[in-house]
Design a binder for this molecule. Structure first.
Ligand code: B12
Length: 259
């Protein structure tokens, strides 16, 4: 008998990253599967209970919290205990390759990391189902309308794609709450010292710090006279040099003054 594949997409643990789970759930639905999404913060017991109640073919977990080495073994153990150990347990998230190998030895299926093609995920599940239930067990695939976006992440088909993370979100992770608080504190301190410096300059000069930086209007700053004898403050107006003719007249002038 032909039928649709039934998939339970689960988010176990305290992991709040639900974007990947939602993207995969939508892609599997678009690929003609019946998908049930558990929502966030489910325990392994809740997930396996839902799998039994819904009689799914596949339990697909999304784990980006780093707790995959605890959660996958727990779920597969519970699946065996509840008599659904013959179903596929697969999933994805942030899972290092060495952990993927260890989990495969425990019986966990293929795991998909960031940048995985959702078409690859759907193909893998379909192939597993046909392998277990035989050719002809699968209901015909839905016909995609012309020009429809069949894969949100086509990276796998066109080579590796850049990180799916928007730059500002990566920046969010790069900065811990502690370093953010530290940078806020130093910024506030800088603002304080800036204010204090302005106030000090204001009280010293009786003017604003801005005005203090400029020379006072109408007054030339005191400079060393460019010509000997010139008065300070008049430096910019060069003193007229004494000519020879004037110098020759001087002794006669002095003598006349003495008389
Ligand atoms: C967006 C994001 C967030 C968002 C989450 C928004 C949301 N509602 O999902 C916010 C800002 C809330 C967030 C918070 C945190 N985040 Co964050 N986050 C990311 C980021 C930048 C992108 C994740 C994402 O949405 N990708 C897009 C989706 C579509 O891709 P994906 O989830 O990887 O899914 C693909 C595959 O993984 C796979 N897949 C995923 N799930 C499933 C399920 C199945 C069944 C299958 C088959 C396949 C599959 O297929 C998908 C399609 O390709 C990643 C870094 C990264 N580049 O991956 C960090 C990252 C996941 N976050 C991280 C961390 C540490 C945190 C915080 C703990 C930070 C903090 N100190 O507060 C918190 C934890 C919040 C919580 N409550 O859990 C770390 C995790 C480290 C680890 N596990 O080793 C990462 C890797 C950043 C890093 N480099 O350190 N985060």
């Amino acid at each position: 008998m032909q039928r649709k594949i039934r998939v339970l997409v689960g988010k176990p643990g305290l992991d709040g990253h639900d974007r990947g789970a939602k993207v995969v759930a939508a892609a599997l639905r678009d690929a003609g599967m019946e998908v049930i999404y558990t929502g966030l913060h489910q325990t392994p017991e809740q997930i396996v209970e839902a799998a039994v109640q819904e009689d799914v073919d596949v339990v697909a977990l999304s784990i980006l919290s780093g707790a995959h080495m605890r959660l996958f073994p727990e779920v597969i153990e519970l699946m065996r205990q509840r008599g659904v150990g013959d179903r596929l347990l697969t999933g994805g998230g942030i899972i290092p390759p060495e952990d993927v190998e260890t989990l495969a030895k425990l019986g966990v299926g293929r795991l998909f990391g960031p940048g995985s093609s959702t078409q690859d995920i759907a193909r893998y599940i379909r192939e597993w189902f046909v392998g277990v239930h035989g050719e002809g067990s699968l209901a015909p695939l839905p016909v995609q309308p012309a020009g429809a976006q069949t894969d949100l992440f086509e990276g796998a088909a066109h080579g590796p794609r850049p990180s799916p993370a928007p730059a500002k979100l990566d920046a969010h992770h790069a900065r811990t709450a502690k370093s953010a608080a530290r940078s806020r504190a130093s910024k506030a301190a800088k603002q304080r010292t800036g204010k204090a410096a302005k106030q000090a300059a204001k009280s010293r000069a009786g003017r604003t710090a801005k005005q203090a930086a400029k020379p006072r209007a109408g007054k030339t700053p005191k400079r060393k006279p460019a010509v000997r004898g010139a008065k300070p403050g008049r430096a910019l107006k060069r003193a007229r040099p004494v000519t020879r003719a004037k110098a020759a007249k001087r002794p006669a002038k002095r003598a006349a003054r003495r008389r």
